[in-house]
Design a binder for this molecule. Structure first.
Ligand SMILES: [Zn+2]
Length: 371
């Protein structure tokens, strides 16, 4: 299924971009437009490696495909460097919503770590407010143009620093003003959720939802800690849960699989997996299975009944969109519209929203796919 020059693809004549989508795992500092980076860098006196938007877009792709974590992380140094002021944060958040709208997203959750945006003198609270302003500007502009979208903040703490309790309190303090959940990100291996137990205990006592990056750079122990110590309601990627599955036989299309207790729990409790196909390839999260999208355990997890969702992770680094991720999956695993609809319904069901709003989303998706 060819992706056209507008970044769209079609199944049975239906534009994938036009279909309603839910984006759950989408980093603010991973979704900047190259042209915006250049403008903001110019104003802030930040050096950019390439000074034209197309070339900078290619630089992101090269760095991210390099196979080197050091080179990959340089891309975030650049995006974060231009997000240290109120103006920078607000503009990036505003454009983030605009870009989701163009991708057909009707509900999104944007994650970012306020503690990484204080170098220009903003307080944590001011940084969250700046992002919230941009999100609301984007929502209002979309509504004026006839497209309803809501984007909630997932306030993220960094795993390798020790501010997680403070960040958890920040998230809860914004719960009725735009924050919908909490996340921890950064180096997974060696920095388990157990290290942030105080933050997760606090969130649990406040009944504030958390998703946890786990099962990406580390394996089953990390997922176990995300569920036990983090009380994660969703897993950020979680792809390595497939390590707890043993394929014991195949009969044509049918695969017989033995489940470990952890995998059984994640499937049977319908804990959403925030899978990000292109990113999972680039970061080596699926290295145990191979290097091509066809090697991704996505389809196995889907066929076995896990609550799989499709995500972009970092649109700029992976030069992707939700439309493109869906098209790549459909092409690789021969999915039809009913499959793609299921991924959106899973995401709607897993959104950190009150149940009536999730049901409303489910209605929007069903209507959209019904044509
Ligand atoms: Zn992520």
């Amino acid at each position: 299924m060819p992706i056209d020059q507008n970044g769209d693809a079609r199944i049975g004549g239906v534009s994938l971009r036009s279909l309603p989508k839910v984006s759950l795992h989408d980093h603010l500092d991973g979704g900047l437009r190259p042209a915006t980076i250049i403008e903001l860098a110019d104003a802030a006196g930040v050096a950019v490696p390439v000074t034209d938007p197309a070339g900078l877009g290619e630089w992101f792709a090269r760095q991210s495909d390099s196979g080197s974590l050091v080179e990959y992380l340089k891309t975030f140094d650049l995006t974060c460097a231009v997000m240290q002021t109120r103006e920078g944060l607000t503009r990036v958040a505003r454009e983030f919503v605009d870009d989701l709208v163009a991708d057909g997203v009707v509900y999104g959750e944007v994650r970012w770590a306020p503690e990484q945006h204080l170098a220009g003198g903003l307080s944590l609270d001011e940084a969250v407010a700046a992002v919230q302003d941009g999100l609301e500007q984007g929502e209002d502009a979309a509504a004026a143009a006839g497209h309803d979208i809501r984007v909630g903040q997932l306030i993220t703490a960094m795993r390798h620093t020790d501010r997680s309790l403070e960040i958890a309190k920040l998230a809860v303090s914004w719960r009725d003003r735009g924050a919908v959940g909490f996340d921890i990100a950064g180096p997974e291996d060696g920095f388990p959720p157990a290290r942030h137990r105080a933050a997760f205990d606090y969130l649990a006592a406040e009944f504030f939802p958390a998703t946890v990056h786990a099962g990406e750079a580390a394996g089953l122990e990390s997922i176990r800690s995300a569920l036990l110590d983090g009380r994660a309601l969703r897993l950020g990627h979680g792809v390595r849960i497939a390590e707890d599955l043993e394929v014991v036989g195949r009969d044509g299309e049918d695969v017989q699989v033995r489940f470990g207790d952890l995998a059984a729990w994640v499937r049977d409790r319908e804990i959403p997996l925030e899978l990000s196909p292109s990113s999972n390839l680039q970061t080596g999260a699926i290295a145990a299975w191979g290097t091509e999208l066809a090697d991704h355990p996505f389809d196995l997890l889907y066929q076995l009944g896990f609550a799989v969702t499709v995500n972009v992770d970092n649109r700029t680094m992976s030069r992707t969109s939700l439309t493109r991720e869906l098209a790549l999956l459909a092409e690789t695993f021969d999915y039809d519209l009913a499959d793609l609809e299921m991924f959106q319904l899973n995401a709607a069901a897993g959104a950190f929203l009150p149940v009536e709003e999730r049901e409303e989303l489910i209605g929007i998706i069903s209507d959209g796919y019904a044509g």
